[in-house]
Design a protein around this ligand. Structure first.
Ligand SMILES: [Zn+2]
Ligand SMILES: [Zn+2]
Length: 135
């Protein structure tokens, strides 16, 4: 399934992307992701050279080496990345189809909001799995 090509777009359609290698969605409950999204982040990563984007994306750095990309016209947040890595994550709400993609678990649960519970039975990590996100 890693070779499957996924396509997605922002709310207004001005930004579109094509990506291969998308497979795992992780939910991040850290305070930064909760501020950025208004709830918690769903992110699905692939290697930088496996994603192509067209349209005007504004990249904003929000802490350290973390940055997010949003449509210059409608503001939809589409991408998240850590500049120290070779990965870019798409936010899966923008996907046309999530075929072959599954949620793997929860990150930074120690920082989750007090107003919700996590009870979907998926793995939860206080911060980040030591072995990385190989699911
Ligand atoms: Zn847009
Ligand atoms: Zn986070």
């Amino acid at each position: 399934m890693a070779d499957h090509q996924h396509v997605g777009k922002c709310l207004c359609g001005a930004v579109t992307y094509r990506a291969t290698g998308l497979a795992d969605i992780w939910y991040c409950h850290c305070t930064q992701c909760r501020s950025l999204t208004g709830h918690y982040l769903a992110a699905c990563r692939t290697e930088r050279d496996q994603i192509s984007v067209s349209g005007d994306v504004i990249w904003s750095s929000h802490s350290g080496t973390s940055e997010h990309g949003r449509c210059a016209r409608c503001g939809s947040v589409l991408f998240w990345a850590n500049r120290r890595t070779d990965f870019v994550s798409i936010l899966p709400g923008s996907l046309e189809s999530s075929k072959g993609i599954a949620v793997r678990g929860h990150l930074y649960v120690a920082e989750k909001g007090a107003y919700y519970e996590i009870n979907d039975g998926l793995p939860q990590f206080e911060t980040y799995p030591q072995e990385g996100l190989t699911a």
